[in-house]
Design a binder for this molecule. Sequence first.
Ligand SMILES: *Cc1c(COP(=O)(O)O)cnc(C)c1O
Length: 436
Amino acid sequence: MLDFNVSGLIPKNMEKRGELVFSENLKEIEDIFNHRKIPENGLSNEKIRLFLRFLSMMDTDKDPKSIRIGEREARIVSSVHDELSYGFCHGVGRSGNLIDPQPKAPGASIMYSLTNKILESFLKTLGIDVYGISTPVSTGMSISLCLCAARKKYASNVVIYPYAAHKSPIKAVSFAGMKMRLVETVLDGDKVYVPVEEIESAVKKEIELGNNPCILSTLTFFPPRNSDDILEISKICEIYDIPHIVNGAYALQNNFYIEKLKKAFKYRIDAVVSSSDKNLLTPIGGGIIFSKNQDFLKEISHCYPGRASATPIVSTLVSLLSIGSKNYIELMKNQKSSKKLLDDLLYDLSKKTGNKLLDSESPIASCISVNSNPVEIAAKLYNLRVTGPRGVTKTDKFGNCYTGNYIYDYIVMNAAIGVKTEDVVNAVDKLEKIIL
Ligand SMILES: *Cc1c(COP(=O)(O)O)cnc(C)c1O
């Protein structure tokens, strides 16, 4: 497409040299177009900008001769808008389908399609062989899209939810206009989990009532709540032929979750939802949905009402291009060692303060029991400029189980991907100052 005629301006040997440097510089960008995979080594910001500008220059609002007479013509009042959307002012999708090409925006449509391909190659490097789409909404809203698709394709009308105390997935169910049947948690030592037999009997009950259930399971959660046994739930969904949506909000950053997904994908999983910011270090606002079932992903895309902002998709693309597969693996390793450090420091603190580092299976977060009000401790941490810890009282209904009776008051801290060693050290240090 590019054809720059520089001949006759400088000596031929210099011209050749210039062209060589130029094509070397463009090669990384050409490779993205040709291979459609996550690069092994991340691209520089300069090249990412160039890449995005090449694409957005294909959209019709950039056509200097276009005659624009629609009610929506990507007319923008400020160049700040252009910067915010990186030139993809027409957004993505068509009114009926999120991933359909948009005639007014060939560049954005290519950008979106490439993002999904690069996302799939990223998932493949993690060992997950699936189809994937990047969504312009976060985890909770992406779960709603999946539930809407389950309702449309399979007439699901009730969501079986093994209880996990997060408001987003619970709201996602009501946003999708579906009823919910909670399955209560039980205790196993310090750990909190939902027995699969209880999930199966909830499925049976709903079927007996003449309903069409689906299951929304939770793979990633704050300890002491364990991951749901998604392998067994996938088997149940296969046996009863009901849809299975997995909330894997931050599942892509640790092999503990990835291994569980790989096994469960042999049975029934209709879609897994992950967050773009929690896994790929984007600003908040995007999601990732993946599945072995390409038709179901299409159905999800059909459920989106209208056109969407391209910005969250661009953010996902920028992260994938910027991080590169090699560095992502490195980030995963760092996350693992940060979590080990967090555990060690909290264990020491628990010994010093007569508390307990709670027994948990989470590869991301750790819990320490406390002797005073954990909500107040979390508030004090906030005032000491520590963000992220969650303080939960044992009687909190929204803590661990719906009936609200746990054995400890506790504080949870996360060593999620991208965390800095010094932040782990300093956070535990501040906690020590408060509780010692
Ligand atoms: C972060 C998170 C959510 C909410 O995600 P949003 O992106 O804010 O919608 C839902 N469930 C779990 C388990 C989470 O960790």
